[in-house]
Design a protein around this ligand. Structure first.
Ligand code: FAD
Length: 511
């Protein structure tokens, strides 16, 4: 019984590449269509980024790669990462001294990992290239899809043809299953909307971002570190309304990002000479100008793109048995929880887990009854994709919301005593009373694989218990003190209370 399906993946970013790997490892015929050229070709311009961008890879992304059926993958990927044990908060004291305050992510010492996005993507493409059942189609842009007849159309941008002034050609393909991993502005999602009643919500937050670099130390001998600041932290200069962060790279540099409201970018853009930029950094991000010399700061600000941040929620994530969207195509989120790619990779693990479960149902009875295998497979896929939407949509919405909330935490709450008290209490309970199963929300999101919606529910529960506990801790002594005084000096207290009430009544009657 041949159960091979033709799986078409649109988008060869990290999520599409991992989806292709999962499908190919199961023996499906896989075709990957990508708008841009091959990322491994030096002449291909990287998407959105001027150089490579470093991302925070954490447990969910790692776990998804662990289950891809390629033992070498995770070994190679992790070899090119830098562990980050916590945040390093940078600030200035009232006396003008600069300070660095580390805040570990996890009381048990677990870390997240800095990884080069392009490097990870290339590794996935290299493995796919070795698989006989995988075909690549670079410079192919999805322009149309019919999810009733399972057909799709791509415009092919061949360099030679375009150079010769010829019109780009269009091709038609068919498929059993299309996986849309074509990013925040997904064409697959756009065409899916015509075939299913999709709820769709998109929001641009009032923040732009721009990339900078801290170069490695020039004179680092073999023994001294090539990093100008700690390589094992994600550095944050919190600025209330703005934020500047730095993530380490293997070569000793840091990829930095400025996040600020569009109006602030507007004011700085208007200053073409850049005279205001260094003072702006000195005021809001003390110490940065000693890591990035002002001429480099000004050049990066004016040369690198100033990009928006989008938040996309939609439901369902599939249509019939024909198509499913994953990664940013299904849930683009702001980057403040470091989960966009991790959640996308996790989508793939969950999707294929559900597809496998439905494919394992014995289809021999249906085939004996004369139902063709393709129809049986389609029926199984339809059930699986419906289950995927039911499971994944609440989790995608939950992490989108958490990511938005974390912007406030990263720029401001990291400095707040209430935030630090809660972190301290939750971590202490996790260490000293492990049977309670308490963890900070950050630990649950970044070091575990619990559903995001469960993380939110458990964190809210912990918050309520903590508030009750604190009220108890403060309120109980007050109430017991009051009761003690009452019983000890009952007569005097009653006389005073009566006097107080009489006075109050007189005051109210006189008005
Ligand atoms: P993409 O990476 O967008 O890939 C989509 C692919 O589809 C592209 O290659 C594109 O060319 C192709 N494509 C698009 N349209 C078509 C078409 N019509 N036809 C064919 N192909 C098409 N995530 C983390 O987990 N950790 C972090 O620390 C983190 N930091 C971030 C920092 C910033 C500043 C930003 C902006 C994002 C960050 N993210 C982070 C999010 C992460 O970058 C994305 O979630 C991730 O890249 C999504 O991967 P993807 O494969 O779904 O989509």
């Amino acid at each position: 019984m041949d159960s091979r399906q033709k799986v078409v993946v649109v988008g060869a970013g990290p999520v599409g590449s991992l989806a292709a790997l999962y499908a190919a490892s199961r023996g499906d015929d896989v075709e990957i269509y990508e708008l841009r050229g091959d990322l491994r070709d030096p002449s291909t311009t990287p998407l959105n980024f001027t150089r490579s961008i470093n991302l925070a890879l954490s447990e969910r992304g790692i776990n998804a790669m662990r289950h891809a059926g390629q033992p070498k993958l995770i070994e190679h990927v992790m070899a090119a990462t830098i562990p980050m044990r916590g945040r390093m908060i940078h600030g200035i004291r009232p006396n003008g001294d600069l300070y660095e305050a580390p805040q570990d992510y996890d009381v048990h010492g677990r870390t997240i990992f800095a990884i080069d996005r392009g490097g990870l993507n290339k590794r996935l493409l290299d493995i796919l290239e070795e698989m006989p059942n995988v075909k690549f189609f670079f410079n192919h842009k999805l322009t149309g899809a019919d999810f009733q007849r399972n057909k799709a159309w791509f415009v092919v941008a061949e360099k030679e043809a375009l150079a010769a002034g010829k019109q780009p050609r269009e091709i038609e393909i068919d498929f059993d299953l299309m996986i849309g991993a074509d990013g925040a502005h997904s064409s697959v999602r756009y065409h899916m909307m015509k075939y299913t009643r999709m709820d769709y919500q998109q929001e641009y937050i009032d923040t732009l971002w721009c990339e900078f670099q801290i170069q490695p130390k020039k004179d680092s001998g073999s023994k001294s570190s090539k990093f100008k600041i700690s390589p094992n932290h994600l550095h944050i200069w919190p600025g209330r309304d703005f934020m500047f962060i730095a993530i380490p790279s293997e070569d000793g540099s840091f990829t930095c990002t400025l996040f600020a409201p569009a109006a602030v970018f507007g004011q700085l853009e208007a200053d073409r000479e850049g005279v205001k930029l260094a003072p702006f950094f000195d005021q809001h991000f003390p110490g940065v100008t000693s890591l990035i010399p002002p001429p480099e700061l000004i050049a990066s600000f004016h040369q690198n793109p100033h990009l928006p941040l989008i938040n996309v929620k939609c439901k369902p994530h599939h249509c019939s048995s024909s198509v499913v969207i994953v990664g940013d195509a299904a849930h683009a989120m702001v980057p403040f929880y470091g989960q966009g790619m991790n959640a996308g990779l996790e989508d793939v693990r969950i999707l294929f887990g559900i597809l496998d479960k439905h494919a394992a149902v014995d289809s021999s009875m249906a085939t004996e009854a004369g139902v063709p295998i393709a129809a049986t497979r389609a029926a199984q896929r339809e059930l699986a994709l419906a289950e995927y939407t039911a499971v994944r949509v609440p989790d995608a919405h939950a992490i989108n919301d958490l990511a938005l909330q974390n912007y406030i935490e990263m720029r401001a709450s990291v400095l707040s005593p209430v935030y630090r008290l809660r972190k301290f209490l939750e971590e202490s309970l996790s260490v000293y009373v492990p049977r309670l199963g308490w963890q900070t929300k950050y630990s649950r999101v970044s070091f575990g694989n619990e559903r995001y919606s469960e993380v939110v529910a458990k964190s809210e529960h912990q918050g309520r218990v903590l508030v009750r506990g604190l009220i108890g801790a403060v309120g109980l002594p007050l109430i017991s003190g009051g009761l003690f005084l009452y019983f000890r000096y009952r007569r005097a207290v009653e006389v005073s209370l009566r006097e107080l009430l009489r006075g109050l009544a007189g005051f109210l009657n006189s008005r």
